[in-house]
Design a protein around this ligand. Sequence first.
Ligand code: UD1
Length: 428
Amino acid sequence: MDKFVVNGGKRLRGRITVSGAKNAAVAILPAVLLAESPCIIENVPDISDVHGILKALSALGAKVTPLSRTTFEIDPTEVKSFVVNKEMAQGMRASSYFLGALLGRMRRAKVAPPGGCAIGLRPIDQHIKGFEALGAKVSIESGMVVAKAEKLGGGTVYLDMVSVGATVNIMIAAARARGMTVIENAAREPHIVDLANFLNSMGADIMGAGTNVIKIRGVEHLKGTTYSIIPDQIEAGTYMVAAAATRGDVIISNVIPKHLESITAKLKEAGARIEEGDEFVRVTMDKRPVKCNVKTMPHPGFPTDMQPQFATLLALADGTSIVTESVWESRFRYVEQLTFMGADIKVDGKSAIITGVKNLKAAPVKADDLRAGAAMIIAGLVAEGETEISDIEYIDRGYEQVVEKLTAVGADIKRVSDEDFGYSLKAN
Ligand code: UD1
């Protein structure tokens, strides 16, 4: 197992280019299965979650041809299998999107239950409710989720809570159903709009993506298309916070500033200066952050996937801040790691009470999940001394070339394999 070793205390300066959005890619790539001719997908992030989806597509019988590191031609025409087993799903949360995609294409799907980051219960009852509204029967057989539909028609689904995954899955399945599907209380995240744009570019008829009512008029045929994935809002936000926390000056390019509004607003409240261009944001900070309160909400609220990173910034603020998590029930596991570094944070139910300290101290810490791992990197970049971060396979799931990108703006961060430490973690 590799680790990151970060020598903190350096101000980040320069330019970071953001990659394609993970959460859009993991929805769009399975949805390629709906096409009746090859698709070319550009700006695909080079991260392990995406490699997992591409491998699963190949195992299903799709022909996946890399045209560059971030562009793939995917020909789904020969896909005959409708089974995504445990090995193919590889613990990915997004494996559930194969349910919608295979149901839409073949009218049946058998998929290992989704895994992903351990940030709370991750049920799929709303996905299932959506499939059932379209006329599918869903059951659990030998630990696999099985969905079958003799006829896949339209239907109206009211989501009990705003769910990104259910909105994605229902949109994918409904794109080739017969009839009109309406998703009420739909998620409005930028990647929902990106998925709708992708499906529409294949010939789908989807209206209202980006609002809380999405209407999908099913079509019989979808054709291949060439499509470029939007920039990653959360990767951009992570580097924005890293710039502010290190009191740096960083231009973060290849972004859609509108997608970053909630993050920008909170960073300004915490004392950062932010300049916005058409495709970049510049974050400058030259003083200690100011306390502020944050509550995570579905888009356009403050994203839960930025909560650990922002809390790390507030751990350095002048004053006491309250961070409230309203999307996931247990997303404060990283707090323990931050306290090893000298942070003063108390968790009380859904809130963390953060009393800012002047600096953090280097310590051996671990990435509890993907965004917790991003928080550890930010803490390591700030702390004086050498911070060792273990369990970084979580970080590799969602951050492309994180070492290269941070090194280019002056960070001292290395990837080190455990052999380089002179012992093997595997023996433990
Ligand atoms: C997606 C993102 C994840 C992000 C989350 C919220 C992907 C691949 N992952 O996850 O990074 O943190 O959105 O922005 O896009 N819920 C149910 N039943 C369901 C579905 C969800 O109870 O059937 C609950 C969940 O437990 C959670 C809340 O709804 O409390 C939101 O979950 P959801 O938006 O579905 O998250 P994901 O799609 O898994």
